[in-house]
Design a protein around this ligand. Structure first.
Ligand code: NAG
Ligand code: NAG
Ligand code: NAG
Ligand code: NAG
Length: 420
């Protein structure tokens, strides 16, 4: 009698375990599926027309009032500002004889159509793009700043090494900045692993290292976000060092796009090759003091759109430092202890050549400018260049004679005998 009861109990338990096991799996699978479905719906707004580009992208032309920005609770009643209230003054930009590069404005998808007025071009996100990411949160956002690195922060708060990130940059600080621009040389660097990326960009920031607010733009090779190894135009923002807010391009509600020609996240073509014609993109991020909106300008006159001031706290007033340069993301770098035992990543920064190789070989950022409260563009008064891993990626302020203005070169191949 007791034995039978025991058997029965065992049987009941096994059945119970099996059913919860299976149910649990089904529900979590179902939940993930629902989440992906919801996110795709949020990201891919109904389009007026869709354009298939030969590079594999689909560009959706979305009604300007139906773009993702309007999902943000703070933007429910937001009136789109179609143009900035003032035209930021430009200054004569310096180019040096045969060392000038062509500015790229066209995007690959332009060959296959254009978005009508009243719509904005948005890259279509596929289901497989979301499934590639470890989590939906990590699809749209860079990794957060990890506080344990704080122990290694040196006296200067801005020189903070970040886990898994290696940077080489030019920095200016000490004033309030309302804008910054630069002409960024375009390359297609080798990126070793699919969860790594390499960028060349401008950062405008405010706030402490563990809770900084940032607007960023430039080019990037990022398989995880874009699903290929092309060089793409990107924009990025965060209001809390990438912990819970912000994203790339229009992959969350935030950036308000006003332009119907330039798609964020689209491939840039052509890219530079060693000692051939050099190509560059012009990036200018500037604030409108009245609204606190940060405008993103491309190619010296195209206003792509803006990050509304509501997204930020301190950054809605000004930026306290500006950086120009490159960032490599990889778990195999040496900026923060404990150091990985794996050899250094082979992911290139810039062109993959060291800064000292200069024009035609190393990646440059020229015509570096900042804007202050005078609302005019100036060469920054105080600049300093630095690199997180001096044996892996270099940075250099280079000046050819006293009559020319300084240019910034950066980059390197990563792994080498000096950077094991
Ligand atoms: C938007 O406007 C409505 C009606 O005027 C108001 O009730 C609501 O609080 C506003 N929302 C925001 C986020 O400002
Ligand atoms: C520019 O011209 C100088 C002098 O003619 C030459 O030495 C240099 O190699 C040229 N640079 C490029 C990138 O063509
Ligand atoms: C895009 O345009 C190019 C050049 O006109 C053409 O060769 C290609 O077939 C088009 N691609 C698509 C997907 O329509
Ligand atoms: C660094 O990257 C590795 C591999 O992707 C990841 O497991 C780790 O959590 C990252 N570290 C930090 C501090 O983000």
């Amino acid at each position: 009698m007791e034995k039978r009861n025991e058997k029965l109990l065992l049987f009941v338990m096994v059945v119970a375990l099996m059913s919860t096991g299976i149910d649990g799996k089904v529900t979590s699978h179902h939940k993930k599926h629902l989440k992906v479905h919801r996110m795709l719906k949020m990201l891919n707004k109904p389009s007026v027309i869709s354009i298939k580009s030969e590079d594999g992208d689909t560009i959706n032309c979305v009604d300007i009032y139906k773009q993702p920005a309007f999902d943000h609770p703070a933007l429910k009643n937001h009136t789109i500002q179609m143009t900035p209230s003032y035209n930021p003054t430009t200054v004569e930009l310096m180019t040096k004889g045969n060392e000038s590069a062509m500015t790229v404005i066209s995007q690959t998808w332009h060959k296959n159509g254009s978005c009508p007025i009243g719509t904005v071009p948005i890259r279509h996100i596929r289901k497989r793009d979301l499934l590639r990411a470890a989590s939906l949160k990590s699809y749209v956002r860079k990794d957060p700043y990890i506080p344990y690195a704080k122990a290694h922060i040196t006296a200067d708060v801005n020189e903070f090494p970040q886990a898994n990130r290696s940077m080489a940059y030019l920095i200016t600080q000490g004033y309030s900045y309302l804008g910054a621009r630069g002409d960024i040389n375009v390359w297609n660097p080798y990126v070793e692993a699919k969860d790594e990326y390499s960028s060349a960009q401008i950062w405008l920031r405010n706030g402490p290292p563990d809770k900084y607010e940032s607007v960023e733009s430039g080019w990037m090779v990022n398989f995880k976000v874009y699903g290929d190894t092309r060089t793409r135009l990107f924009a990025y923002w965060t209001a809390d060092s990438s912990t819970n807010t912000g994203c790339f391009d229009l992959t969350c509600s935030g950036f308000v796009q006003t332009n119907n020609q330039i798609a964020l996240g689209a491939a840039i073509e052509p890219v530079s090759q060693q000692y051939r014609t050099q190509y560059q993109i012009s990036i200018y991020v500037y604030m409108e003091p009245k609204t606190g909106n940060w405008w993103l300008q491309y190619g010296n006159k195209i206003n792509i759109g803006y990050w509304p001031g509501h997204l930020f706290k301190s950054l809605s007033h000004n930026a306290l430092y500006v950086m120009w340069g490159g960032e490599v993301y990889s778990s195999n770098i040496r900026t923060v202890y404990p150091i990985s035992k794996h050899s250094h990543t082979q992911t290139h920064m810039g062109s993959g050549e060291y800064a000292g190789h200069h024009f035609g070989s190393a990646c440059f950022i020229k015509n570096v400018r900042i804007m202050d409260y005078s609302l005019s563009l100036k060469f920054p008064e105080w600049i300093y260049s630095t690199t997180d891993e001096q044996f892996c990626y270099h940075s250099q302020i280079y000046r050819e004679g006293y009559l020319t203005e300084p240019e910034f070169y950066f980059g390197g191949p990563g792994l080498s005998f000096l950077c094991p």
